[in-house]
Design a protein. Structure first.
Length: 184
């Protein structure tokens, strides 16, 4: 755990989420569990919070409005405190963004919908588990396509027009594929 001044700072959680209703729900839930919750909705507000606080925990939405993605926030949080436990939440789950989030300093990556129980469990599993079962099932073509789409979306900071151009498909086709696919 991060070596901050007191027990209260260690139970401080920074919630980086631009959906106000979802942020409010998570905030209340974490406060009921004894966390002091700070809010940010962008890279800039995250950096402003870090200038005054050193939270021990962070929950970061992958897709934020504006120029920077949640991955930039993960990097800033990890640079601020390498011991901070960071969980990335996303409705756009992909292997590519999960790998990048962990490389940048996240301890866990969860697909929405996730609740406070899921997030706290992720904080407690930060060390990893060598006993996780390895699936014998091969990846389907649809899954590979979905992964490639989301990798390209992450590379383009979720710019659908640029991602469609890089994937060699019409923007509307990409939008329809994204609307049809449900994150499981």
């Amino acid at each position: 755990m991060s070596d901050v001044g007191n027990e209260d700072e260690q139970r401080t959680l920074l919630l980086v989420e631009d959906d106000e209703a979802f942020a409010r729900t998570l905030r209340r839930s974490f406060e009921r569990r004894g966390y002091a919750v700070l809010n940010a909705s962008s890279l800039e507000t995250t950096e402003a919070v870090l200038a005054e606080h050193s939270p021990g925990y962070a929950v970061v939405d992958l897709k934020l409005d504006g120029e920077a993605s949640g991955l930039a926030c993960v990097q800033a949080l990890h640079t601020h405190d390498p011991d901070m436990l960071i969980v990335v939440l996303t409705g756009y789950a992909s292997i590519a963004t999960a790998v990048e989030a962990v490389k940048l300093g996240a301890c866990h990556y969860l697909a929405k919908p996730s609740n406070t129980d899921d997030i706290e469990a992720a904080f407690n599993q930060a060390e990893g588990n060598t006993e996780v079962k390895i699936s014998g099932r091969q990846t389907s073509i649809k899954t590979l396509e979905w992964e490639r789409i989301h990798q390209t979306l992450a590379e383009t900071d979720f710019n659908i027009s640029e991602a469609a151009r890089r994937l060699g498909m019409h923007r509307r086709t990409l939008a329809r594929k994204l609307a049809k696919q449900q994150v499981k």
